[in-house]
Design a binder for this molecule. Structure first.
Ligand SMILES: [Ca+2]
Ligand SMILES: [Ca+2]
Ligand SMILES: [Ca+2]
Length: 165
């Protein structure tokens, strides 16, 4: 909404919307320390226009691990990966292609026939494990950086818009 009466500066840097988002590449990441089910955690992310974190490469995985290893969490962390649609066919909740996986040894295992359809990241190793979506874990939200809106200079105002409030 902020851009209705301003303009996109094509030279403006993409950035994150607040100080509690961590920047990496083209994306913003926000960790939460409270524990929720996978769906409740995703709901919190979506309220912000974000989604649960997706991980596209070892570079991104390593960056997330370096964050996790800084002692900020002692709990496993939800990521957006899940196979709720078809068992064994994993997809990211933010619709990114699955280009990279980092399973713990023996995972995903649908442990003992339980319906393990959501994926957590072990805080000790960063490796991934499928678990029931009703488990309670901390979580990380992710969203693309946005272009910050700037007020239009007077001379740049389009006459067509002068009558608008
Ligand atoms: Ca766990
Ligand atoms: Ca499963
Ligand atoms: Ca498992």
């Amino acid at each position: 909404m902020c851009c209705l009466n301003s303009y996109f500066d094509s030279s403006a840097e993409l950035s994150c919307s607040g100080p509690d988002w961590y920047e990496f590449g083209e994306f913003c990441y926000k960790p939460y320390g409270d524990k929720k089910t996978w769906h409740a955690a995703r709901g919190e992310c979506r309220k912000l226009g974000a989604d649960l974190v997706s991980i596209q490469s070892m570079t991104e995985q390593s960056w997330l691990e370096s964050y996790l290893y800084m002692g900020k969490t002692t709990n496993d962390v939800w990521i957006g990966l899940n196979d709720m649609g078809f068992s064994g066919l994993f997809s990211w909740s933010d619709n990114h292609w699955v280009t990279f996986t980092y399973w713990a040894p023996g995972e995903p295992n649908n442990h003992q026939g339980f319906n393990e359809d959501c994926v957590e990241m072990f805080y000790q190793t960063g490796r991934w494990n499928d678990v029931p979506c009703t488990e309670l874990n901390t979580y990380i939200c992710k969203m693309p950086k946005v272009q910050i809106c700037r007020s239009a200079p007077e001379q740049a105002v389009n006459p067509l818009f002068l009558g608008r409030h």
